[in-house]
Ligand binder design. Structure first.
Ligand code: AMP
Length: 416
């Protein structure tokens, strides 16, 4: 066995999983894997505070595959494990991890992805044949439970992946219904980047004695990321982007915008100038989204324009660059976005465009995220003009601000 595989083996993983790890080229367990794998293999209930990009998927994928394969009987399968994710993309990615790491198992573990936008009949047929692990988003899962083609009464493992996002996306009621369907004797694994009260409430309901693990990563993901902030007028961002793509030979970038329409529009504009680009957002059908993502992964397109929701949880190996074409709403989203690059020890670059109207908001993001970044400007695309006047607080008091007439008079006075 390769020396580095020993580091995985000591955590309790068996040869079949180790073979798959070897093929993935992983050299060393990540911090979260070191800390959680032995406990998960032991059967403990855990609340794990972990960011995306930390290697968290493997923390539940490896133990679940190993345990379920070992316990398999020749009887027709009942569902052994449920993994709930906030988005379809994350669900597909998690299933992908199960397939990849389960490849060398003799007793194969079967996995079904239960997500909206794909054929419910097909999912029903596969369920009828028996499935070990269901990876699902809450909505479609409830449809299938309602139709009585899927029962969770015997599951032995429950994983909530990105639990905070499940609640942020408004799935609290759905989650509640799913929990009512589940047996009480099971191992619970809870992954979340943050633990606000609403997440803790759910966690307490699911498990009486969970252990709370915070992963202090020695190399926080964002420290591997070089962050640039470029000041540019809003109307010039498209041209600047095009310029930088050519000038700095940018490739393989995820570009964030703030709306579905903006995603489609920017991708179209880029395509018109000969840039290989695609979009991923909530107005596209699931097959269209899958295609955009696989085109990007297969390098058939160089740029993927995305909204925050569509990009949540997307894992793309070795993403070199993230561009904030529009600013994210919150500091957490900023970190989440730029965390798409510089993953698992790789170096990454994040570029943020800001105009006059973004200055205040970006300062707030910097303050909350405890970063302080230099501003740069690109020759030919300098930020020009004045910052638009912003009025804070209550409606402006009449008479305090200059009326249009006053302004016109002033101007006339200056000219004369
Ligand atoms: P995740 O946080 O689960 O989304 O994983 C982020 C990325 O890290 C994925 O591309 C994983 O395949 C990869 N990864 C997981 N474990 C390791 C490891 N031990 N060494 C290197 N990369 C890893």
């Amino acid at each position: 066995m390769l020396k580095n595989l020993e580091n995985f083996k000591v955590l309790g993983l068996n040869d079949e999983i180790l073979q798959a790890i070897e093929r993935s080229g992983f050299e060393e367990p990540t911090s979260i894997q070191y800390k959680t794998l032995p406990l998960i293999l032991e059967g403990r209930d855990l609340l794990i505070e972990a960011q995306t990009g930390s290697g968290k998927t493997a923390c539940f994928a490896w133990p679940l595959l190993q345990k379920i394969s070992a316990a398999k009987t020749s009887e027709k399968n009942t569902i052994q494990a449920l993994v709930l994710t906030p988005t379809r993309e994350l669900a597909l990615q998690v299933s992908g991890a199960f397939y990849r790491f389960g490849e060398f198992q003799t007793n194969k573990v079967s996995v079904l992805t239960v997500i909206g936008g794909e054929s419910i009949e097909q999912q029903t047929r596969v369920l009828a044949d028996g499935v070990d692990i269901v990876v699902a988003t809450p909505g479609r899962l409830l449809d299938l439970i309602g139709q009585k083609v899927l029962s969770l009464s015997d599951i032995k493992f429950l994983v909530l992946d990105e639990a905070d996002k499940i609640l942020d996306l408004g799935f609290a009621a759905e989650l509640d219904l799913v929990l009512q369907e589940i047996s009480s004797m099971r191992q619970n694994l809870f992954f979340s980047a943050t633990y606000p009260d609403k997440v803790l409430d759910i966690a307490r309901r699911i498990s009486a004695t969970p252990e709370h693990l915070k992963i202090e990563d020695d190399t926080p993901t964002v420290e591997n990321i070089f962050q640039r902030v470029i000041e540019v007028n809003k109307d010039n961002r498209g041209m600047l982007l095009r310029h930088l793509i050519v000038q700095e030979k940018w490739k393989n970038a995820l570009i964030f915008v703030s709306s579905k329409t903006a995603a489609g529009n920017l991708a179209e504009k880029l395509k018109k100038t000969g840039v290989r680009a695609g979009a991923i957002h909530g107005d596209l059908s699931q097959p269209e989204r899958n295609k955009a993502l696989s085109d990007f992964k297969d390098k058939k397109i160089d740029f993927l324009v995305a909204t925050d929701v569509a990009a949540r949880g997307i894992d793309i190996n070795k993403l070199l660059l993230v561009i904030n074409f529009d600013l994210p709403r919150s500091p957490a989203d900023y970190i989440h976005r730029i965390g798409r690059t510089g993953r698992a020890g790789e170096k990454g670059l994040a570029v943020t465009f800001i105009g006059h109207e973004d200055q205040e908001h970006f300062k707030l993001i910097e303050k909350r995220a405890q970063i302080n970044l230099e501003r740069e400007q690109v020759a030919g695309f300098e930020l020009t003009g004045e910052a638009p006047e912003t009025v804070r607080g209550a409606a402006p008091v009449k008479g305090k601000r200059k009326s249009k007439k006053d302004k016109a008079r002033e101007l006339a006075g200056k000219k004369s």
